[in-house]
Every structure is written in structure tokens, then in C-alpha cells.
Design a protein around this ligand. Sequence first.
Ligand SMILES: [Zn+2]
Length: 257
Amino acid sequence: MMDEIKVKLEVEGIKKAVLILSGGIDSSTLLYYLLSNNYSIHCLTFDYGQRHKREIEAASKIVEEAKRLGEVTHKIVDITSIHNLISSGALTGNKDVPKAFYTEEIQKMTIVPNRNMIMLSIAVGYAVKINAKDVFYAAHKSDYSIYPDCRKEFIKALDTAVYLGNLWNPVEIKAPFVDMTKDEIIKLGLKLGVPYEYTWSCYEGKERPCLSCGTCLERTEAFLLNNVKDPLLSDEEWEEAVRIYKEKKAEYEGRDK
Ligand SMILES: [Zn+2]
């Protein structure tokens, strides 16, 4: 059975890759983008004890939807114990998630030290095991001013280290969205038919998005820039999201005056 599948993949020119899928907008779009580029995708979703467990449910739902487009598998990887060692940030600890636009200071509160390095290392090990040549993750432009492990320099250095550490089974680390902003990613995703109604961004672990944390505001802004309602929200919620966005944006712009 396995041999048959392998032969089929080679004949059809399908490339095998591992993708770190969070269940948010960026990695869900990357999944659809790769499937439309003839990849078979093996997704890993990391459970690091985040407050927003809704993300993990979202990732599973997105995978179910994406199976219509190609071969997709999904594993959830529990790294809670590692995260208890390293995290005191707002995403897993007891600190409040800041209810404002991301300033540099606020965004730094959401850093989990070395998170991408840990997840990518595990993903590379998995790629070697299943004979995939590429590991993808959805680092993008809106993140890299603050999160150093979303920057090109980091990706290039880690790619070199991964190559040297796996000489007999070379694997490449790729982040094709690294120069794209969130609204550009959504623009691409809308063309690809990404079901954004199943994606999750809010850092609060509530039943519905809070609409006012940094990621909720960023999400509202990115849909507004595309002149599209966020399909995750009801009409009333979208109206409220836009109102909060405008209010917080005015606060943010007025903060140094
Ligand atoms: Zn939120």
C-alpha cells in the first residue's frame, strides 16, 4: 500500500511537505496555497498549553475542509511540558492579553522564547522520517519586526543548520509569505477559497472572538483592507469589530500626542 502511494506521488509530480498549521489565517492560507501548487501536506499543530485552544480545533476543521483539494494529514503535537519550562508570556501564563493595538512593547509580551525554533526542529525530524523534502511555516511581514524568529535571517540560518544536521536526508525550511502582510495573505486566500470562517485568531480562549485583543484588531484590519466582512463573525459582531477597530486605531494613533 505504502509503495503504491509513493509511486503514485512520483508519477504525478506531487511534492511532499510538512506544514506547521496553527489554525489561524496565515498557516491556513499557506495550506491552500501549497495544495494548489501540487504538494501533499502533512500538517503539525502544536499544543503548547495556549489559552486559545480554539486554534487547535480550527486547525482540525481546516484540514477536514482542505482534504477536498488534495492529500492532507494532520497530527497534534503536545509540547505542553516544554512550554511550562520556557513560557511566562501572555499567551500561556496568567498575564492578561493586552486589549490594544500592538505597540512594540505590547507585542513583546506575547513572545514565547524560541517557539518557532522548537516547532521547526520537531517538524524537520518528522519530515526526515516521512521522506518530505520541505518544511513550511507561515512567517510573514506583519510579525517580523517584533518576533525575531519570523525574520529572513533566522530562516536562512536555520535552513543552513538543518541542512548540515541532516546531510543524508536534506530538508529545506521555507516561508513563502515572509514578504507579505496579513491583508495580502487574505487577498491570496480569498482567491484560493480558504474557508476563513473556520480559522481562529483571538488570543482569549473564549467561545467567540473578543474583537479587541491585538490579533483580533489585526484580523479586522486585514479584512477591512480587502473590503470583505470577516466570515467568522455574524453581521452584528462584524459591525462591533469595526467600531472597536476604529476606536482603538484612533487611540493608537493619538498615543504619542
Ligand atoms: Zn481577541
